[in-house]
Ligand binder design. Structure first.
Ligand code: GNR
Ligand code: NI
Length: 167
């Protein structure tokens, strides 16, 4: 059975680790993916990166459906920004920064490459929310957080509040 995992909260330094590329496509990878999906659903999130549950491997899960019945797993995801892109503004939240929302601008045209649980490679050009979410999650795998896009003053305010609330 899938287990619910603990989600690391900013400014936990483990959120800053860079995740390693996955090379073994085995049962333990499938188990971790299922645990992450359960964790994401129970937290009412639309995406979750392995970094957020203290596993420093390049694995992301996501479900953008209203019905919460369309689980997606992306292994070793990378993207390239395509010609003719525009910056697309979207109000983002993060399960590792509870209570904080901020409108960020990200490129709206990307080509995404990833592997599935069997190690098979896929390439696609996502649209809309998937484009935003995948960039948010890949940032996590690189140790980057939403608060890195705002001013240091604002970031320190968020840090103090979360240190107080999640002690
Ligand atoms: O649940 C989440 N919602 C969300 C909304 C807008 C942009 C990105 C996200 S991802 C977030 C879950 C999360 O923290 N993933 O890392
Ligand atoms: Ni996040």
């Amino acid at each position: 059975m899938a287990k619910k995992l603990d989600i690391l909260i900013f400014p936990d330094p483990r959120l800053r680790k860079k995740a390693e590329k996955i090379t073994k496509f085995d049962k333990s990878l499938e188990n971790l993916s299922n645990d992450m999906l359960k964790t994401m659903y129970e937290a009412n999130g639309i995406g979750l990166a392995a970094t957020q549950v203290d596993h420093h491997v390049r694995l992301i899960v996501m479900d953008l459906s209203e019905e919460r019945n369309d689980p997606k797993i992306f292994i070793n995801p990378t993207f390239e920004v395509l010609k003719g892109y525009k910056m697309y503004e979207f109000e983002e939240g993060c399960l590792s920064i509870p209570g904080f929302n901020e409108t960020l601008a990200r490129p709206d045209k990307i080509e995404l490459t990833w592997q599935d649980l069997r190690g098979k490679t896929h390439v696609d050009k996502p649209e809309g929310l998937l484009t935003v979410c995948i960039q948010h999650e890949i940032d996590h795998l690189d140790g980057k957080l939403m608060v890195d896009y705002i001013s240091a003053l604002k970031r320190d305010r968020v840090r103090s509040k979360l240190l107080k609330d999640f002690k």
